[in-house]
Design a protein around this ligand. Structure first.
Ligand code: F6P
Length: 345
């Protein structure tokens, strides 16, 4: 019997279970036995598996997280990692593997295919929405909803106390969540890694609003925003810690911005860091639908043997793109989006 592996790697997000469910149900209907790998590529290297059938994925559609577990295990950075992955794939008699992931996981999938001919298909997920080759990734819509609701709530308390509220959202390389939730929530200032807005410009905007009688302001900042000064000086992103491979974990720019703004304007300022709340809970209907469509497409790509590709969205269509294209560089927020945020602020 043909056999297909499925794994979720990197940071979790709402919609992963919907994708797993679609891959299992789509796979079973194509005659595959579907095997889940525990905790991403780590499960594939160590042979930690779980057999998935129609029943085992019943009821998981609205559940956040991933029933398979996830990790950032990188077989290229572990001793004998690639060898273990290929050996286990052979031992389990898998025809191929569907890897649901973001920048890191899809990068590993691409290298495995390009350098070792490994049979893998990608599915793009990350709340950051920064994967090239697709218009949108699983998890983004839910994160934007969560952040927009938070911004709405912060408006009422900001207004009551005449405060400047700085909201820090996720977004390492790009500011998709900040831009989308900022516009949807009516933020006054949106700070993203793509645009070097200076802290003096922000202070000036806040002062002008307050002078016009708007006695509060909401500033939304992506965690990857780099503090920039009028002098041209730009600080490095704020790093909280490093992971086991030395990869930077960001977080803390909200506090830096708030302190700078309080110093420049004298206004009462508070910080809210939304953190992993953005990745938790039930996926929106849009994310469930997206995950289902991408999952089914991944099975179609796998059954046609078109390894080294990723299921993707272009407009309203689900398409396939080479993993090489998807992993070349992060996809930035277009300038027009950011300008529209400024116009309506
Ligand atoms: O890439 C998704 C993401 O949520 C980033 O926005 C964030 O920087 C990172 O993951 C946080 O990762 P961790 O779960 O390791 O703290």
């Amino acid at each position: 019997m043909a056999s297909l592996g499925v794994l979720t790697g990197g940071g979790d997000c709402p919609g992963l279970n919907a994708a797993i469910r679609a891959i299992v149900r789509g796979g079973v209907s194509q005659g595959y036995e579907v095997v889940g790998m525990r905790h991403g590529f780590r499960g594939l290297a160590r042979g930690e598996t779980v057999t998935l059938d129609r029943n085992s994925v019943a009821g998981i559609l609205p559940r956040g997280g991933t029933i398979l577990g996830s990790s950032s295990y990188d077989c290229f950075r572990e001793e004998r990692g690639v060898e273990l992955v290929t050996m286990t794939t052979r031992a389990l008699e898998l025809d191929g593997v569907v890897a649901i992931g973001g920048e890191g996981t899809l990068g590993i999938a691409h290298r495995l295919h390009a350098e070792h001919g490994f049979p893998v298909v990608g599915v793009p997920k990350t709340i950051d929405n920064d994967i090239a080759g697709t218009d949108v990734t699983i998890g983004f819509d839910t994160a934007v909803h969560i952040c927009t609701e938070a911004i709405d709530r912060l408006h009422t308390t900001a207004e009551s106390h005449n405060r400047v509220m700085v909201v820090e959202v996720m977004g390492r390389n790009t500011g998709w969540i900040a831009a989308a939730a900022g516009v949807a929530g009516g933020a006054d200032i949106i700070l993203v890694p793509e645009l070097p807005t200076t802290i003096e410009e922000v202070a000036d905007h806040v002062r002008k609003r307050h002078a016009r009688g708007r006695n509060f302001s909401i500033v939304v900042a992506a965690e990857g925003y780099r503090l920039t000064r009028e002098s041209g000086e730009q600080e490095a992103p704020v790093v909280r810690e490093h992971d086991e491979y030395g990869y930077e974990r960001l977080g803390g720019i909200g506090r830096v911005i708030a302190d700078e703004l309080a110093g420049l304007t004298g206004f009462d300022t508070r910080v809210t860091v939304l953190g992993h709340v953005q990745r938790g809970g039930t996926p929106t209907a849009r994310d469930r639908l997206l995950a289902t469509r991408l999952g089914l497409k991944a099975v179609e790509i796998a059954s046609a043997g078109r390894w080294g590709h990723m299921a993707a969205v272009r407009g309203n269509e689900i398409v396939e793109v080479p993993l090489e294209e998807a992993t070349a560089a992060p996809r930035s927020v277009p300038r027009a989006w950011l300008e529209s945020g400024r116009v309506v602020a």
